[in-house]
Design a protein around this ligand. Structure first.
Ligand code: NAD
Ligand code: KPL
Length: 303
């Protein structure tokens, strides 16, 4: 069974390279013929890892045309996920299995709602990779990836195949909690690093601001049924701030490089869920508005 990868960016290329070197059949789905020609001219995906570069000549085709798809990794940004999924919807076999690898929440449910005949699994990853150039990816940080089914089905039989390919994948019986934990962590850290223009570690100089956000995010986690995540949030945030002290958050880097952020699927989702659960969350809402104003002032999308 072929693994199709839609979203040949940082994580999509990292997964594709690992599947390819494990000898598993894998194909990239690119947006259009122009991108396909550019990819073919480069001869494949280059992955830099542990100071070594390797070229993986992975076959590619456009998303619109080709054989039926039974297994798909969707590895684009949350704001691109619905359109990307729609571009291959006609090719999906009934019962096709999809891995939705997006940060935050909201995009996964939107994609799944459009594909009722497919099985949509959600993934949450702490691996790190970045694009040095088109189809040239640097593996920057080891981590883990959790995979699960919001609807509660069993782990797929191919999980071991992906693990055997060196993808550090673990099955989660509660993937929504995993995604909520990461969302809360990202909401407590990332927007503040943008607004204070600082590295993660410099947030230690703003303890009251961080604690206030953790308190409201904890209320949200609690109201969503994730009590232990709510209790552990402040410690988790402090631990991550210390462990990643020298790093700039992903949102800081997006904004600094003039790229769209995933704000709508992080703070935006938190505020929407707050509305639904009738929570006031004044600090989170004020942070969301400040961040939106900051993005607007720089001509960047604020949703
Ligand atoms: P990326 O921007 O590097 O790659 C996304 C790719 O998807 C791009 O190549 C883009 O051209 C492609 N794409 C978008 N729409 C498409 C379409 N319609 N058809 C075909 N291709 C399309 O993104 P990334 O860094 O790999 O992140 C993917 C997700 O994983 C994000 O939600 C991100 O927050 C999350 N994440 C990333 C990392 C990381 O280290 N890069 C770590 C953890 C989580
Ligand atoms: O995931 C992160 C990010 O930068 O997006 C961390 C390091 C946890 C900060 O929120």
């Amino acid at each position: 069974m072929i693994w199709y990868i839609l979203g040949a960016g940082s994580l999509g290329s990292l997964w594709a390279a690992r599947l390819s070197r494990a000898g598993l059949p894998v194909r990239l789905l690119l947006r259009d013929r122009q991108r396909l020609n550019a990819y073919r001219a480069l001869g494949g995906i280059t992955l830099a890892e542990d100071g070594r570069e390797s070229l993986y000549p992975i076959p590619a085709e456009t998303a619109a045309q080709g054989a039926q798809i039974h297994r798909l990794l969707l590895a684009c940004k949350a704001y691109d996920a619905e359109a990307a999924a729609a571009s291959v919807a006609a090719r999906l076999a009934p019962g096709a299995e999809l891995i939705l690898l997006q940060n935050g929440l909201g995009s996964q449910q939107a994609v799944a709602a459009h594909l009722p005949r497919a099985r949509c699994l959600y993934a949450s990853s702490t691996e790190g990779a970045f694009r040095a150039a088109d189809y040239r990816v640097v593996f920057a940080g080891r981590g883990e990836t959790w995979l699960g089914d919001e609807l509660g089905g069993p782990a797929p039989g191919w999980l071991a195949e992906l693990q055997g390919a060196g993808i550090p994948l673990q099955w989660s019986g509660n993937i929504l909690e995993r995604l909520w934990r990461k969302l809360a962590l990202n909401c407590a850290i990332n927007p503040l690093t943008v607004l204070h223009q600082c590295r993660n570690g410099e947030l230690a100089a703003h303890p009251a601001e961080v604690a206030g956000l953790c308190d409201e995010l904890g209320q949200l986690l609690h109201a969503s049924g994730f009590d232990s995540a709510a209790r552990e949030l402040q410690d988790d945030v402090e631990r991550v701030i210390a462990a990643t002290a020298a790093n700039y958050s992903s949102m800081y880097q997006d904004v600094a490089n003039g790229r769209r952020s995933e704000i709508a699927y992080l703070l935006g989702h938190a505020c929407r869920e707050g509305d639904r659960l009738r929570l006031s969350l004044p600090l989170l809402r004020a942070l969301h508005e400040r961040l939106r104003a900051y993005l607007q002032a720089r001509g960047l999308p604020d949703t």
